[in-house]
Design a protein around this ligand. Structure first.
Ligand code: SF4
Ligand code: SF4
Length: 362
């Protein structure tokens, strides 16, 4: 008898209409028909020959094709006389020993970062995301990087308004004089002054969009990530807010700068104190398995959540908003994508968040 063994790095996420097969080693995800999921499940408890015997001659050919496909894609392997028990299944536990991992700051004055520096170090925060409402000068960008030269901070992502001084020389100088900046996005840029190139230590992107804090939270195939730690975090915790802290433009300490609840102001509250607030972590463990729509979606472990902009139509018994992210145009029940901003069912929530000023919210 032959037995099919699924490699432990292959994660199969069943949706209502399709199944997503993620290769957690190769960081890839692919969509397949639901029958593939049924076959994989059957092959976990039944030999290949017995599975094939369940079908008539015509269907047998299809099942054999699927099986060949699974082997060709290297999703599994065949053994004789039983399943290979030498490969234990991958643990889906998620361990992150940092108190916080992410801080997202909305600012127009970089001196704010100086007042947060000690807490960022104390809490061993690894990633800093800055959204600046104005243009950041070369010296300011280098100053931000220098500020954290002795901190455990691993990476800095910066969104700045574009300005004419940003050219190849500007970026090359930044490349030579920074260590932690890994992503730069210049918004409100009519025409990119040059193309991103591989010689840079960080990525540089230019967009003509006038990005604001409320531009955040878009769900799009381009943002999906089959990165093992991110997938494990999404299986166990909220894929956006777990271990995140946000500072809004007025210094209010929040889960993310776009959310309404404040847990103090940096003028008189430290990040450590805010973190102790009984409600601060309330969304940390809300996985997509509890979010309307998402719980039936095959993308739920590779997609980032958003609790700041939701459809505002579901609340669980403890008062947590479990509505689908507003800026997702995917319907897991039909397997189709639509423009979220023109969807009739979303118009009340779009109006609530004040996103109505544009006919089409991009
Ligand atoms: S909750 Fe939404 S707006 Fe806030 S950081 Fe996450 S995706 Fe962005
Ligand atoms: S429904 Fe949208 S937001 Fe929810 S998991 Fe699927 S793609 Fe992501």
């Amino acid at each position: 008898m032959n037995y099919f063994n699924l490699f432990s790095n292959i994660m199969v996420t069943k949706g209502i209409t399709r199944v997503l097969v993620s290769d957690l080693q190769r960081n890839t995800s692919e969509l397949y028909p639901l029958e593939l999921h049924e076959l994989i499940e059957e092959l976990k408890t039944t030999s290949v020959e017995e599975v094939l015997n369940h079908y008539d001659q015509e269907s047998k050919v299809i099942v054999q094709d699927y099986l060949d496909f699974l082997l060709e894609k290297e999703f599994g392997f065949i053994t004789q006389n039983g399943w290979d028990r030498n490969f234990p299944p991958l643990s889906y536990e998620y361990q992150d020993y940092n108190i916080l991992s992410n801080i997202f700051v909305d600012l127009d004055d970089i001196s704010i970062l100086q007042s947060l520096k000690q807490s960022i170090e104390n809490l061993e925060i690894r990633h800093l995301v800055i959204y600046c409402r104005r243009t950041l000068l070369l010296e300011e960008l280098m100053q931000i990087d220098r500020m954290f030269s002795h901190a455990p901070l691993e990476g800095i992502e910066i969104f700045s308004q574009f300005h004419e001084a940003v050219d190849q020389h500007f970026i090359d100088t930044l490349n030579r004089n920074t260590a932690r900046v890994y992503s730069l996005v210049f918004y409100s840029c009519g025409k990119a002054p040059f193309k991103d190139n591989d010689s840079l230590r960080f990525t540089v992107n230019f967009t003509d969009q006038a990005l604001t804090i409320s531009s955040c939270g878009k769900v799009n195939l381009d943002y999906f990530s089959t990165n093992l730690p991110k997938v494990l975090e999404a299986v166990n915790h909220n894929s956006c807010l777990h271990k995140k802290i946000g500072i809004d433009i007025h210094g209010h300490i929040k889960n993310c700068p776009a959310m309404p609840e404040s847990y103090g102001n940096i003028k008189n509250t430290t990040l450590e104190e805010a973190l102790k607030h009984q409600d601060f972590k309330k969304y940390w463990n809300l996985t997509k398995d509890y979010i309307e729509g998402c719980k039936d979606c095959e993308f739920r472990y590779i997609c980032t959540d958003c609790r700041a902009f939701t459809e505002r139509n579901h609340t669980e018994r403890n008062g947590l908003d479990t509505s689908k992210p507003l800026k997702c145009g995917y319907d897991p029940y039909t397997g189709t994508w639509e423009d979220w901003s023109t969807h009739p069912m979303k118009q009340n929530a779009i109006a609530h968040y004040g996103l109505l000023h544009k006919t089409k919210v991009s």
